[in-house]
Design a protein around this ligand. Structure first.
Ligand SMILES: [Zn+2]
Length: 82
């Protein structure tokens, strides 16, 4: 499983706060994730993490690149109009 820093992941079980989604804040022998519902940080060993993981929702790099391009286009249009 390829997990990267900044990925948003969905777990099989909901956190007590009701959220299924977490952000990966550290990747190594252990995986550190922060709950998007309540902000709680949990550290899991990689095998334990992968067992609880349902899927990766968002790849930080790909999504960031796309939105950056769109923003740049928008800026250009605004300048041409002005
Ligand atoms: Zn939570």
């Amino acid at each position: 499983m390829d997990i990267r820093l900044g990925d948003t992941v969905r777990m099989r079980k909901a956190h007590p706060c009701g959220s299924f989604d977490w952000t990966v804040t550290r990747v190594g022998a252990d995986i550190k994730i922060r709950c998007l519902g309540c902000g709680r940080v949990v550290m899991l060993e990689r095998p334990a993490f992968e067992k609880r993981l349902k899927k990766v929702i968002k790849r930080e790099t790909e999504d960031a690149d796309e939105s950056r391009e769109q923003e740049e286009d928008h800026d250009c249009e605004a300048q041409e109009n002005a």
